[in-house]
Design a protein around this ligand. Structure first.
Ligand code: DSN
Length: 421
């Protein structure tokens, strides 16, 4: 029966849009029936999902709490203020902006606040594990700004600060950026900060990948060393998909102005509320234990893969991810991704530093432990999964062996539920 106004008379997703309802169901099933090892993905809690799916999506709230361009903002103000208070406590930050829609938006806001088109920036080379938005030629960061890059040492796979200093002295960038998407080791934030100071650059850390580890104290906190820190809330942090920016008080006004009205209009208040929920979860005692397990699991995975003869960038990991160099396994990253997908292990193909092949079919794969750890898996499962990956890659033409791997993966998936389904 139709309601007055514009209501359709039925409300449930399955009735309004059976195609999308079925698509979501299939995706739920995929998440349950695969071992998802994409290092930048995770599983949010039911509480985060609930806040994301709430009526806060109906509200326009351009501006900031107490200074909005719309009436009726009492409750969204409260949500944003809670998010800000919690984020500042967790990361020991003087100021945070929780409105960026993504990690990319967060980085763009920093650039808009402090750079002029054509200014020099120095970031980690995308092909060595950096981020697209740190100066890649195909990204706005490399189109609007004069971008220089540093990489890792060919032998050790580690960032060589001596080399970073040399490039910084030569290029005199306005902004130096640290942070990576496929670098498995701690980054020396203090060392970077000293280089930035020496050459008169601002120092930005993009901790998109490691924000959850930082929040739990299992990774150095860049907020203590950098002028500006950007992050996503959906990777190790286990919150909704989105971004945030931390800075010292002296930069707060410039950052807030760059986010709104500089770059974005209305903030996503349902996502900001979900960020507040994720911040609350990060302050619960179980969060530290979870992040410790993420790292312990990544170490176990690295040990297991190394024991199976795989070559790992830097030989191991300090974080949630492992980068595997497949050049001695006679398989490309693209082939390995497809092969592992066929046994329901989900990873992503990834360039390795000095990769002789291109980004579309690179020589490596990247694996991460946040999602499997959210499902309750521990180091024993990581060692077994490393063996299953080896079995799959080493015996890829043996259908019987692949079938055995597939059924063991199915057993593991069924024993460790994606908890909210
Ligand atoms: N695309 C994200 C990742 O997978 O690492 C951030 O670059």
């Amino acid at each position: 029966m139709n309601e007055p106004g514009f209501r359709l008379g039925f409300e449930l997703l399955g009735e309004v849009d059976p195609e999308i309802a079925a698509t979501i169901n299939e995706e739920e099933k995929r998440q349950q029936e695969n071992l998802i090892m994409i290092a930048s993905e995770n599983l949010v809690s039911r509480a985060v999902l609930q806040a994301q799916g709430s009526v806060l999506t109906n509200k326009y709230a351009e501006g900031y709490a107490g200074a909005r361009y719309y009436g009726g903002c009492t409750f969204v103000d409260r949500a944003e203020e809670l998010a800000i208070k919690r984020a500042k406590e967790i990361f020991s930050a003087e100021h945070v902006n929780v409105q960026p829609h993504s990690g990319t938006s967060a980085n763009m806001a920093v650039y808009l606040a402090f750079l002029q088109p054509g200014d020099k920036i120095l970031g980690m080379d995308l092909s060595h594990g950096g981020h697209l938005t740190h100066g890649s030629k195909v990204n706005i960061s490399g189109i609007y700004y004069q971008a220089f890059s540093y990489g890792v040492n060919r032998e050790t796979g580690l960032i060589d600060l001596g080399n970073v200093r040399k490039i910084a002295r030569e290029t005199k960038p306005r902004l130096i950026i640290a942070g990576a998407s496929s670098y498995p080791r701690f980054i020396d934030f203090e060392g970077f900060a000293a280089i930035a100071k020496e050459v008169g650059a601002l120092f930005l850390v993009d901790m998109a990948h490691t924000a959850g580890l930082v929040a739990a104290g299992v990774h150095p906190n860049p907020v203590l060393y950098a002028d500006l820190v950007t992050a996503t809330t959906h990777k190790t942090f286990r919150g909704p998909r989105g971004g945030m920016i931390f800075c010292r008080s002296e930069y707060a006004a410039a950052i807030d102005k760059a986010v709104f009205p500089g770059l974005q209009g209305g903030p996503l208040m349902h996502i900001i509320a979900a960020k507040a929920v994720a911040f609350k979860e990060a302050q619960l005692p179980g969060f530290v234990k979870y992040q410790e397990k993420v790292v312990a699991n990544a170490r176990a995975l690295a040990e297991g893969l190394a024991a199976e003869g795989f070559k790992l960038l830097t030989g191991g990991t300090d974080t949630h991810l492992v980068l595997v160099d497949l050049r001695s396994n006679a398989i490309s990253g693209k082939e390995a991704e497809a092969l592992l997908e066929s046994v329901h292990i989900t990873v992503n193909k990834n360039v390795i530093p000095y990769d002789p092949k291109g980004a579309n079919d690179p020589s490596g794969i990247r694996l991460g432990t946040p999602t499997l750890t959210s499902r309750g898996m521990e180091t024993g499962q990581m060692l077994e999964i490393a063996a299953l990956i080896a079995e799959t890659i080493n015996y890829r033409n043996d259908k019987k062996r692949l079938e055995k791997v597939r059924s063991r993966v199915a057993e593991l998936c069924s024993a460790f539920k994606v908890y909210y389904f």
